[in-house]
Design a binder for this molecule. Structure first.
Ligand code: FAD
Length: 446
């Protein structure tokens, strides 16, 4: 037995997943330092994020339900159209019926602000901005992270929540000698938001609560209408084809993409065209939409979470929500580990075992989310004739989306962990029973 060094996690990245770690670790009493490369953890970015019923449960446990309800709009309705606005399928998402709550949509900037502003002053003081990691050393007793500015931070473990181009992942693979190609990109996306009150077309101010989707040959769009604003994402396959090269897009690229969409007269709802919305857009951007899941999530005292280890296209609205599952798993497991260790030092092998279980236990849901997202983006962009027929003619009649949501995804979502040491004040059961339940008053969990 050696003298115990207090446990401290070094979280790399203050995006949605990193800040959710800050929230959960604060609630769990786990010490951390969060390092964010940018000058702020609440940058103004154009995209919106869907919050699933499973993430709502965690927010409820963390006391964030009122805060998220103030900024998120429930979006229960979905409409599918051709690119000229002919609607051929409308239905209510299965989520409320199956899991008690509908999907809700929130502006990414407002989500980050909510996750940050509701932290205690003590937790906020553990966040350091303008800190980009340069190297990691993992020893028998802990980790040392060096940043580009030369500062060194010591801790017990490193959590890489630094997104799809994760430097933590790269450094971890260098240390372990594990070789794995970076994620592949087959699709690119343009995203943006616009004020709902802009009344983009005479008499057609958009009604909140609807997801309008165009499914068409090599082009697809999603337009989510919230109370204050709408968000759009347009998807198209890359020409000439998939790549593993990283590309960042300029304002000229955005304008060129927009020009193509205006020329094809793309609709965003049955009445509103992309051209009308683009005139009043607050902010638009373009991004590569990588797809992939790493084979190795951890090495020694280093572990990955969120987009750093599992990146999907946004169609199914599960990127962040899938990352929250990582956060909850690791928070539960590390809290127990630290409590069980008491005054003894936590050995590297013990941490490695925990991280190996994390990889194994997260595999089923991660693989299903990954394959669902891959299938959906190829279906909505009609990547082959069978997918076109299924999407345009079979799905509207047989409701295959709903069957998949209820029979395949639903049971997996129902198995997602909650913070097992916190209660759920606003517990809502759906048709598919939740497998895990937060603390019920008077109960003590082993
Ligand atoms: C257009 C669009 C729409 C989307 N819509 C949805 C949706 O509806 N629902 C949903 O669940 N998901 C959605 N997603 C996906 C979602 O945004 C991501 O899954 C989510 O942001 C992942 O969070 P993250 O914190 O893991 O990574 P990121 O959001 O990428 O954050 C990583 C953070 O790490 C920081 N960082 C990077 N490198 C370093 C370094 N070397 N040192 C220190 N810090 C570093 C970055 O600055 C950043 O703050 C969407 C994505 C896009 C592009």
């Amino acid at each position: 037995m050696s003298t115990k060094t207090p446990f401290k996690a070094i979280i790399i990245g203050g995006g949605p997943v990193g800040l959710t770690f800050a929230q959960c670790f604060s609630a769990a009493g786990l010490d951390f330092t969060l390092l964010e490369r940018r000058e702020t953890v609440t940058p103004e970015e154009g995209a919106g994020i869907a919050i699933s019923p499973t993430t709502f449960r965690i927010y409820d446990q963390l006391g964030l339900l009122d805060a998220i309800n103030k900024i998120a709009t429930p979006i229960p309705q979905k409409h599918v159209m051709t690119k000229d606005g002919h609607r051929y399928n409308s239905y209510e998402f299965h989520l409320r019926e199956c899991h008690g709550r509908p999907m809700a949509f929130v502006h990414r900037h407002e989500l980050l602000t909510m996750l940050h502003s509701t932290l205690s002053d003590d937790a906020k003081s553990k966040i350091q901005t303008n800190k980009s990691i340069a190297s990691i050393v993992s020893t028998d007793h802990g980790v040392e992270v060096t940043c580009d500015d030369g500062s060194v931070i010591s801790g017990s473990i490193v959590i890489g929540a630094d997104g799809v181009h994760s430097k933590t992942r790269r450094l971890m693979n260098d240390l372990s000698g594990h070789e794995e190609p970076v994620f592949e990109t087959t699709f690119q996306g343009m995203f943006g938001n616009f004020p709902r009150a802009a009344n983009v077309e005479e008499g057609s101010q958009m009604e909140p609560g609807h997801d309008w989707e165009v499914h068409s040959d090599k082009i697809s769009s999603q337009c989510f209408v919230g109370r204050e604003r709408g968000w759009f994402i347009i998807y198209r396959p890359l020409a000439p084809g998939p790549t593993r090269e990283r590309k960042t897009y300029t304002e000229e690229d955005v304008q060129a993409f927009a020009k193509d969409l205006i020329e094809m007269d793309l609709h965003l709802t049955d009445k509103v065209k992309f051209a009308d919305v683009f005139k009043v857009v607050n902010k638009a951007g373009m991004t590569q939409l990588q797809e992939g899941a790493v084979l190795k999530r951890s090495f020694q005292r280093i572990v990955l979470a969120g987009d750093a280890c599992n990146k999907i296209t946004p169609n199914v609205g599960l990127g962040y929500n899938n990352g929250v599952v990582d956060v909850v798993y690791l928070t539960n497991a590390l809290k127990k580990l630290v409590e069980d260790a008491g005054q003894t030092e936590i050995r590297t092998e013990t941490i490695e075992e925990l991280f190996a279980r994390y990889q194994e236990d997260r595999r089923a849901l991660s693989e299903t989310v990954d394959s669902a997202a891959r299938r959906v983006i190829r279906t909505v962009t009609h990547s082959d004739f069978v997918k076109y027929v299924l999407d345009r003619w079979v799905n509207p009649v047989l409701g295959l989306d709903k069957v998949y949501g209820t029979k395949v995804m639903g049971p997996l979502l129902a198995k997602q962990q909650v913070l097992e040491w916190l209660g759920e004040k606003n517990y809502l059961p759906g048709k598919i029973p939740w497998v895990h339940r937060g603390l019920v008053a008077g109960e003590v969990k082993a």
